[in-house]
Ligand binder design. Structure first.
Ligand code: ADP
Ligand code: MG
Length: 554
């Protein structure tokens, strides 16, 4: 009898391994840009078509490769960056696994053209699905150009999971942004379908690069951060506490020049801002940590996007303390203003447990007996009494209205006499434009406006007076968090929840009697829902019998 276990053929093994490193066009762009940086290029050009699904080309002016190296580069675990295990502890380059090129080549049609500065001619290697098809001599500028066509053409299941052009483009823009924000001395160009999206010349100073990418709105609110201990050094930029956003997407963390996602450092950032900004709001931070190579392990995740610190606690402390120092420096001390915002925005007070009395509930006409903590209406009716969370109730009312608008019911709109331009990030703009039709159904109408802005022509009336910039920013964060396999209907439902929360009467505001009455009758019209769209209870109710029973009356 033969054995049941087989060693997989190389092509199959390669495809599987590729899956760990290459998830989507943006991962190809990231890996190729890393190679270009490692090769010492001062200029990196990225060209993509159809969000990178059709074509991705990355060109550099780095050191290039000789013919033998070009062939070796395409073999798994072939790298010029480390040669023995010990080197892993001292990696200075962004790459070191020797996996990116072979992984990309295994799942695409790839052309590699490269020439070293002292060679007279260059080399071209064509690979299809991991098989080298041709190797030849070619005239080429010094440096390297890798072109990747039809990503996942031989993995249909994978290809099917790619998103629409705009979403994939948004990911690519994010990948270039992450890289370009911190490697400011290198020039970056990004083109999509021949349109230039980024043209970032090499910059002397981090701040001007940040300005070019994140816009002047952000840059005018940046504080410089700088600090060090025996275990490392942190420097970068962070926004003043009065500026904050509805998503954590503006927090960019780098360790030794490598963009990473790290819970520990993110936590240190929130910790530092905790006293200054409201819950669920986030600053913009570009934070570069330099730590001795022996203090950090970068070899713990296939995409190299996570690291492990030997002295996590100290690093946490360093980041948190450095930020706190910047935030409390005398120039920026704006305690009064900040605490005002905090009051106004504190989103919810957690409602108490819900007694289950369905027997008899108060019915109109209602009298408002008062308001507790500026947040809960105390309402009495002929049959009983209730305590009502006005924010949660209004949220539910707006949510139902938005849901109906998806089925054609028109929502009250507030058009702008002069359309309002709003500067957003490129990736955000792409997303907003992608969902333009859906947003219009909610009464939020916008148009693309140049490369990094939209003009808003109308908003739903209940959002009147909202800060458009903050609104669009939080909205696009919501859109971009669309999960794998999540349906459009589900995304739209989340948008309804989001907009209704945004537009609902804030907690901590005293309602006029008349406002309270309107709220109550709308609630009544909806057949008295008992939870807000997030599933939290919105009212507690008691019949008079129950209520008076407590006092041994009745
Ligand atoms: P790694 O970057 O982990 O070493 P890769 O598969 O990304 O692995 O690349 C393999 C090798 O190919 C690199 O070690 C480097 O020597 C060479 N190489 C890749 N891209 C370039 C480039 N743009 N310029 C010069 N050499 C490159
Ligand atoms: Mg690499």
């Amino acid at each position: 009898m033969g054995t049941k276990i087989r060693v997989l053929p190389a092509e199959v093994a390669d495809k599987i391994a590729a899956g760990e490193v290459i998830e989507r066009p943006a991962s190809v762009v990231k890996e190729l840009m890393e190679n270009s940086l490692d090769a010492g290029s001062r200029l990196i050009t990225v060209e993509i078509e159809e969000g990178g699904k059709r074509r991705i080309a990355v060109m550099d002016e780095g050191e290039g490769m000789a013919k033998e190296d070009a062939l070796l580069a395409l073999r798994r675990h072939a790298t010029s960056k480390i040669s023995e295990e010990g080197d892993l502890a001292t990696i200075r380059t962004l790459g070191f696994r020797g996996e990116a090129l072979p992984s990309i080549a295994a799942v695409s049609r790839l052309s590699l053209i490269t020439r070293t500065h002292d060679a007279l001619s260059g080399t071209q290697v064509l690979v299809e699905g991991g098989q080298v098809k041709t190797v030849g001599e070619i005239g080429a500028p010094a440096g390297t150009r890798v072109e990747v066509m039809d990503l996942f053409y031989n993995l249909p299941a994978r290809r099917k999971f790619l998103r629409g052009v705009r979403s994939e483009l948004a990911h690519v823009i994010e990948a270039v942004t992450r890289m370009a924000l911190v490697h400011s001395s290198v020039g970056f160009v990004l083109k999509h379908n021949n349109r230039v999206l980024f043209n970032l010349p090499p910059a002397q100073e981090g701040r001007s690069r940040i300005r070019a990418i994140l816009g002047k709105e952000v840059v005018s609110r940046l504080l410089r951060i700088e600090g060090s201990t025996g275990f490392g050094e942190v420097r970068g930029w962070a926004t003043v506490p009065t500026y904050c956003r509805g998503s954590a997407k503006g927090i960019y963390i780098y360790v030794n020049g490598r963009y990473i996602r790290d819970k520990l450092i993110s936590h240190a950032v929130s910790e530092a801002y905790r006293r200054f900004i409201p819950a669920r709001m986030y600053p913009v931070v570009v934070l570069s940590l330099s730590v001795p190579l022996s203090e950090v392990d970068v070899n713990c995740h296939p995409t190299k996007m996570e690291v492990r610190f030997r002295r996590g606690h100290e690093i946490h402390q360093l980041v948190c303390d450095t930020l706190k120092v910047a935030l409390t420096s005398p120039v920026e001390q704006r305690g009064g203003e900040v605490s005002e915002i905090r009051e106004e925005l504190t989103p919810y007070a957690a409602p108490p447990a819900h007694p289950s009395d369905t027997e008899l509930i108060p019915s109109p006409p209602w009298r408002m007996a008062g308001q507790i903590k500026g947040t809960y209406l105390v309402v009495e009716g002929d049959e009983g009494v209730m305590i009502f969370d006005h924010h949660a109730a209004h949220e539910r009312i707006l949510y139902e209205r938005l849901k109906r608008s998806l089925h054609g019911e028109r929502i009250a709109q507030q058009p702008f006499l002069i359309p309002q331009p709003v500067e957003v990030e490129r990736a955000e703009k792409e997303l907003l434009v992608e969902y333009r039709a859906e947003l219009a159904a909610f009464g939020l109408e916008l148009e693309e406006f140049g490369e990094r802005a939209v003009v808003v022509t109308s908003i739903p009336a209940f959002l009147q007076g909202e800060d458009l910039f903050a609104l669009l920013e939080a909205l696009s964060a919501e859109l971009s968090s669309r999960g794998e396999g999540e349906s459009v209907a589900h995304v739209l439902d989340r948008i309804c929840v989001f907009l209704s929360c945004r537009g609902a009467i804030k907690a901590n505001r005293r309602l006029q009697e008349e406002e309270a009455q309107t709220l109550l009758s709308e609630w009544e019209a909806l057949a008295r829902p008992t939870t807000c769209p997030h599933g939290r209870p919105l009212c507690l109710q008691w019949s008079w019998r129950e209520f008076e029973g407590w006092f041994r009356r009745g």
